[in-house]
Ligand binder design. Structure first.
Ligand SMILES: C[S@@+](CC[C@H](N)C(=O)[O-])C[C@H]1O[C@@H](n2cnc3c(N)ncnc32)[C@H](O)[C@@H]1O
Length: 205
């Protein structure tokens, strides 16, 4: 176990988990349930840094084949308690998203996914690792695969949660080989996160 994952375990144990919503993020849930532009099943989808797994459970309910990944054993124990153990359409995986060997061993090789749903994982990782994060998502997705993301674009220094600038993030995503189908301020965010942006990005074919 790395010191970074141990620190996240500790946050879950202590209950110092101020990011926890207790449900899927409202802008993502509304988009997935009712927006005509939303991707539809069948699709194999990853939720990196899934925490207690609320988006994972929603995606499974909507008919996607979904994999919730987190390197915190505490988070995944909670996810299993809340949403049930593995079943064909819902899998939990304890692994570091930067550990290519562990991901490949778990069936997450290049072009093994049609979709990724991102919610407060990007803002949780060290900004120096953001290029590696986007490269990993690009590698995991099939050409034309989608990244549905709710990015927390707050301007405050420090983190986690580390902030982002929407224009700089757009350039970063384009540079990493993603094209926007949707990139706009999110609607319906919880009060404490009024600076979220919702994006539906496609891996360049
Ligand atoms: C701020 S929490 C968000 C959890 C969940 N997405 C939510 O919105 O409730 C960030 C999560 O990412 C996980 N995480 C951070 N870095 C990771 C990495 N390199 N590999 C796997 N999980 C990671 C943490 O353990 C934590 O559960």
């Amino acid at each position: 176990m790395s010191s970074v994952s141990a620190a996240w375990d500790q946050r879950y144990r202590e209950g110092s988990d101020g990011w926890e919503l207790g449900r899927p993020a409202p802008p993502l849930e509304v988009f997935l349930r009712s927006d005509p532009r939303s991707p539809r099943p069948p699709a194999r989808v990853l939720v990196p840094g899934c925490g207690r797994g609320h988006e994972v459970a929603l995606l499974a309910e909507l008919g996607f084949e979904v994999l919730g990944l987190d390197f915190s054993g505490e988070a995944l124990a909670e996810a299993r308690r809340l949403h049930g153990p593995e079943r064909p359409a819902l899998q939990w995986l304890q692994a570091d998203l930067f550990d290519a060997q562990a991901l490949t061993a778990a069936g997450l090789g290049p072009a093994s996914l049609e979709g990724v749903v991102e919610h407060t994982c990007f803002c949780a990782i060290d900004p120096a690792l953001r290029p590696a994060y986007l490269a990993r998502m690009h590698q995991l997705l099939v050409p034309g695969g989608w990244l549905l993301a709710l990015f927390w674009c707050h301007p405050r220094p420090g983190g986690p949660p580390w902030g982002s600038d929407p224009a700089a993030l757009e350039q970063h995503l384009r540079g990493a080989g993603f094209l926007p189908e949707l990139w706009e301020p999110a609607r319906g965010s919880v009060d404490a996160r009024q600076d979220e942006w919702l994006g539906l990005w496609r891996r360049e074919p």
